[in-house]
Design a protein around this ligand. Sequence first.
Ligand code: A3P
Length: 355
Amino acid sequence: MNKPRLLSGHETELLTSEELRKASEDLLKYKSGLVRILPDGWLYPAITTRYLDRLYNMELRPDDVFIIGFPKSGTTWMQEILWVMLRNPDLDPNNEEMKEPLWVRSLDVSFDLHLDNDKLAKRDIKSLAEKFSRVCSGKKVEDGMAIQIAESQPSPRVMKSHFPLELHNKDLLKKCKVVYVARNPKDVMVSYYYFIRAMRNANYQGSLEKFAREIKKGDFRFCPYWPHVLQAWRQRDNPNLYFTTYEDMKDDIMGQLRNINKFLGKNLTKEQLKKIAEFTSFSSMKTRGEPIDKAFFREDMWKKQGGMFRKGIKGDWKNHFSPELNQEMDQWIRDNVKDTGLNIQYAFADASPTK
Ligand code: A3P
């Protein structure tokens, strides 16, 4: 039987009832079922194929900047950096746009798939829904709120996406700029775990070990992990892609800001960059508050865990992984980075201390 194709040319395959029976309980909450996008097997709620086609057709502008990364890799941090550099580099406190939460001034074009869920009410995404009514009048919610708001945004746009490079328009890297952020997958697992436990529409009940193995097997939303990172890594010499890691940002944020300044062709001064580093530091962002509506999360857990700005450190896996789990994940990392030239720092047990 022919498998339906996306506009990007990828074949898609719905999960069978047998596969659904084995899927993570979290993923069974989607109304549309689940789909794998081939050949890598990207796993999403089935409705995502519609959003991917919409995204594929989105008109790209030469000054668009995308931040792409696997969830929980530090994409919100980079998103704020890029947005400020492009739209408010002097950090003018009276900047009107700045009064909006980050997620409605810089859209996550992979967000809409979360709405395929009975657990999420419009009140949970109030600021997004309000903006949609304001700037997308006459448009249909089913065609994607975040994507359509993004389509209406003024230039230069800063958009975020958790989809892998290959599912975007084939001309993405010819027409606009992409910043890709990767993070030690063991820290991604810990960060993602806390996130989905608190997310109202996920409310994950399993253990961290179970979750880590689901990610490893590619059996969770936005997986598989390695093809996501390696597709971008292979493009590291493309002049329109800047590849960086959460760990590099933690170690030397000024160095990263200088590189990004150059990559964007911005010519911001050292003073401006210093202020941007401070403005986007973990403590400043945490103090300013949530970039996305709090009601998206279960309040009790969200507060307890520290919210969207949970810990903001390298190596939190050391506080969570058993020696066995660590060994298993180290082997998985070794197998996957072998011969790629990619050095995911701090992934292994003997790495430098947490800071
Ligand atoms: P932790 O859960 O380990 O604390 P994403 O934005 O891609 O969802 O990634 C979220 C992770 O980035 C969270 O990690 C969060 O705390 C961290 N983060 C967000 N803003 C940060 C900042 N300004 N500096 C350092 N880490 C940040």
